[in-house]
Design a protein around this ligand. Structure first.
Ligand code: FES
Ligand SMILES: [Fe+2]
Length: 372
């Protein structure tokens, strides 16, 4: 199959060419997105029910489930879901609601031999089967085989766990499109959750263009990065936006075939619809955007690194994470401000220019997915 994304030598070549000519990748047309799509509860319901719950969506990195019994429980598309690694090493996912009276059988993350509900202690195996009911004689005739945790489609691929909660199976052809963004040696260092007072699409848009680097990130990213110089690619409904560092200049004397992108640019992979994976010199960050309401989004930030767990490695990871966090504070301010701007009723549409082609790609595909 033809590679859908440029390899390192062609990517570096394209960026150096943009630097030389003061150009950047341009989309085909500008895009107008109705502001109503950021304020309408009906639209959010359609996004959640027709898209987020019906698309194979990265739920967490594989590294968040390092051993048998490791679990991650959280709401995905407003549904409590738990992913757990079984005794056979396979990751499964379930609707996180006890079959007795619905309490979440686990919260947050951890590692257990079995999942025991804290309300009345019904116990489920890591495969979801109901194994034990205290004082079982109180439930005469109850068929335990019919009371297992309710499974949802899940599969582990490319260093991530994908969940597709309202479909029976996960489309493997879709997963084949995805690049290997997480190597097998990547480990999870931190998981941080935040809430932004902004629509999830406004938060997503902030990741997908480099047109704001100088103005928004003047003292954080701009000293190291170019403003408005990006390579923008799409693969299926997903995108990859490359943001070069000034350090890319050191590759000019390197023979083109030997040029490596690692360390000289950040790449943001938008995995449709609501996950971003961003690469940095020491870390790779996976950010899941979970819409809560039309104007509130939870971000789950997983920071992974392949650096060894030594003091020096940890310091480099922490430094990289803090650097990214400083820029993320600025992005958050812009997202929340844009959200407040909706109340002004100044705009009927948001207008995305030719530099913002990955955002156009997102909105086109989201709109089409809602219609199907
Ligand atoms: S609700 Fe879980 S055991 Fe009763
Ligand atoms: Fe930004």
């Amino acid at each position: 199959m033809k590679a859908l994304l440029a390899d390192d030598p062609s990517l570096v070549e394209r960026i150096l060419d943009h630097i030389d000519h003061k150009t950047t990748d341009l989309g085909e047309a500008i895009w107008h997105e109705p502001v109503e799509h950021y304020t309408s509860a009906e639209r959010l319901r359609a996004e959640v029910e027709r898209v987020l719950r019906r698309t194979p969506t990265p739920f967490c990195p594989s590294a968040a489930l390092p051993e048998v019994g490791s679990y991650v429980a959280r709401a995905a598309a407003l549904t409590p879901i738990v992913a757990v690694r079984g005794t056979d090493g396979v990751v499964r996912a379930f609707r996180n609601a006890c079959r007795h009276r619905g309490v979440q059988v686990v919260d947050g993350t951890g590692c257990k031999k079995a999942l025991t509900c804290r309300y009345h202690a019904w116990t489920y195996g890591l495969d979801g089967r109901l194994r034990g009911i205290p004082d079982e004689h109180g439930f005469p005739g109850l068929d335990k085989d019919a009371y297992g945790l309710v499974p949802v489609a899940a599969i582990e691929r490319r260093g991530m766990v994908f969940v597709n909660q309202d479909e029976l199976e996960i489309d493997l052809a879709y997963l084949d499109l995805l690049p290997d963004v997480f190597g097998p040696d990547m480990r999870l260092f931190t998981t941080i959750e935040q809430e932004f007072e902004a629509n999830w699409k406004i938060v997503a848009e902030g990741f997908l263009e480099g047109y704001h680097i100088r103005s928004t990130h003047h003292d954080t990213f701009y000293p190291r990065q170019y403003d408005n110089i990006n390579v923008i690619e799409s693969f299926g409904r997903n995108s990859r936006v490359s943001f070069p560092y000034r350090a890319i200049e050191k590759l000019r004397p390197v023979p083109p075939a030997d040029r490596k992108a690692a360390g000289v640019l950040t790449q943001v992979y938008h995995l449709f619809p609501n996950v971003m994976v961003a690469t940095f010199p020491t870390n790779t960050v996976m950010v899941v955007l979970e819409p809560l309401t039309v104007d509130r989004t939870r971000l789950i930030n997983y920071t992974l690194s392949a650096l060894v767990d030594e003091a020096e490695g940890r310091a480099a990871i922490a430094h990289g994470r803090d650097f990214v966090a400083a820029g993320a504070v600025e992005d958050r301010e812009m997202a929340c401000s844009a959200q407040r701007g909706l109340a002004s009723q100044a705009n009927k549409v948001f207008t995305f220019g030719l530099f913002e082609g990955a955002i156009r790609h997102f909105h086109r595909n989201l709109g089409a997915a809602i219609e199907t």
